[in-house]
Design a protein around this ligand. Structure first.
Ligand code: C5P
Ligand code: C5P
Length: 478
């Protein structure tokens, strides 16, 4: 059967199962992941459950593993319909134990393992089952949206949240940061119905909602060395290219710039980035596609999809799931205010941790990698991956080496490890997933992931041993 037919069939099965369940009057248990894609896909699913008047209980988790299932045991026992979003495909073995329940998995991660023979009511909607790339063309919010859309065309109104999820998972990997694949279809639908607009624009963070100085200082993608994270330097930079950063004591917004000033800003930024050593390709990433939501106020952080996504991401990482879900479902009053506060708090915390990395205080240089010891300053488990990503992508550390960041795990007695490869080392024969899995398993932990981004959990007392093993396994291909 063609991939398109299989996708349609998968979506039909999911909708039928939901409609059928709604007739039972019984509640569903929805379990999702804490990141932006997890929260947006859960929000879309909540809207579907509401549309069908299915009562539900929601749990947001760090990962789907044995300890998590044990913690949720009572809830799992009480519900006969389990819905998993942004997780589940990688845990088919674990979930097989609920063979007597109805299970709906809406995920985009690699399906792993088979289902036990006695599992009867299992529906899995995953782009990878239909030959669609789950890293670049569709994520969990994409698939949840397609289910919601199939149920009712009025759910086109959810297109923005689906896009927020895809951007959260960095699926904007087409030319100039464009969304591609199934994500592109959602953009097109959203544009047609007036919920979304796609523009080629300067890609500064919060371009429409914040003063220009702040936009430059808060841009991390691309990272602008010397300006990112530094408002004073950003202020001086604007002056140096002939743009007054403030008028009558008021910081200026991008919208107040003349055409000539916009031109100066674009060429000035690109020239600056090349002068400080970035390639012209990297510097030109400052121009690209942006996704805007015309039904939000232009000055709102929800107007620009990437800013919306960073708000949801911050709430997820600081355990404010309820706030983020309420915003996704339309609360523009109290929850939005709180989400903005959470995002500010998250940014301050991230800034503090990054300064500790740049100053070298929590960094140890090994022969083959840098180690960031987040446990010394109590970096949260859900933030350590972001620190590793920024440290590797922004070359905050002097030499191009893999970045291994670790901190205390929420799980008692364990260390959480996040590893990232600087882009310059891609395809140089280093496989972080393999190296972490090997070293972690040797010390009684577990690890895995991708070549360029991997993670692990290891027992606290074997940290040194783990790091030594890693030094060897990183450079010993196979
Ligand atoms: O947690 P972090 O963001 O560092 O994870 C990077 C990648 O490693 C993710 O794809 C995650 O699923 C994977 N990972 C894993 N096993 C672990 C921890 C993380 O496969 N124990
Ligand atoms: O696989 P998973 O979605 O769990 O990966 C989580 C982390 O891995 C994210 O922080 C993401 O930014 C990072 N990642 C990456 N490069 C990739 C894939 C994932 O930095 N190619």
């Amino acid at each position: 059967m063609s991939a398109k037919r299989l996708l349609d069939q998968g979506l039909d099965e999911a909708v039928e199962a939901l409609v059928e369940w709604s007739k039972s009057g019984k509640p569903a248990l929805l379990i999702s992941h804490y990141d932006a894609d997890g929260i947006t896909s859960a929000s879309i699913m909540i809207k579907v459950l509401n549309d069908l008047a299915i009562p539900f209980h929601v749990k947001i988790v760090n990962q789907l593993d044995e300890p998590t299932l044990r913690r949720l045991e009572k809830l799992l026992e009480r519900h006969e319909f389990l819905i998993f979003t942004d997780l589940g495909s990688g845990q088919r073995n674990l979930l097989s134990r609920y063979a007597d329940k109805n299970i709906l998995v809406v995920d985009h991660h690699q399906p792993i393992g088979g289902l036990a023979d006695n599992v009867k009511a299992w529906i899995e909607v995953n782009p990878r089952l239909y030959d669609i790339n789950g890293n670049t063309e569709a994520c969990a919010s994409t698939m949840s949206y397609l289910i919601a859309r199939r149920l009712s065309s009025s759910n086109i109104s959810l297109a923005p949240i689906a896009i927020v999820g895809a951007l959260g998972d960095m699926q904007d990997c087409g030319e100039k940061g464009q969304l591609v694949g199934l994500n592109r279809r959602i953009v097109e639908e959203g544009v047609k119905s007036g919920y979304v607009s796609e523009e080629m624009s300067l890609r500064l963070f919060g371009l429409r909602s914040k003063p220009l100085v702040e936009c430059i200082a808060r841009t991390t993608n691309p990272y602008i060395p010397g300006l990112t994270g530094n408002e004073r330097a950003s202020y001086k930079f604007l002056k140096s290219i002939g743009i007054e950063p403030e008028v009558n004591g008021q910081l200026r917004m991008f919208s107040s710039l003349s055409k000539e000033e916009v031109r100066k800003l674009v060429t000035g930024l690109i020239k600056y980035m090349i002068d400080v050593g970035l390639s012209s390709k990297e510097a030109e990433r400052i121009i690209g596609y942006v996704y805007l939501f015309p039904r939000e106020k232009p000055e709102s952080p929800l107007f620009d999809a990437r800013e919306y996504s960073s708000l949801v991401n911050a709430c997820g990482r600081l355990d404010k799931y309820g706030v983020a879900i309420a915003v996704c479902l339309g609360d523009r009053e109290e929850s939005l205010k709180e989400a903005i506060q959470v995002a500010n708090m998250y940014r301050e915390r991230l800034g503090r941790y990054i300064r500790l990395v740049v100053s070298g205080e929590i960094v140890e240089e090994y022969e083959g990698f840098y180690c960031i010891h987040g446990d010394i300053v109590g970096i949260e488990e859900k933030i350590i991956g972001t620190i590793a990503s920024i440290a590797a992508s922004a070359t905050l550390l002097p030499k191009g080496k893999p970045v291994i960041a670790l901190t205390r795990a929420e799980k008692e007695g364990f260390i959480k490890v996040s590893a990232r490869l600087p882009r310059a080392l891609n395809r140089k024969g280093i496989d972080l997933a393999r190296a972490l899995r090997f070293a972690a398993e040797k010390v009684g932990g577990a690890g895995g992931g991708h070549e360029v981004a991997a993670g692990a959990q290891i027992p606290i007392e074997r940290k040194r041993e783990f790091l030594e093993l890693l030094g060897e396994s990183l450079y010993n291909a196979k």
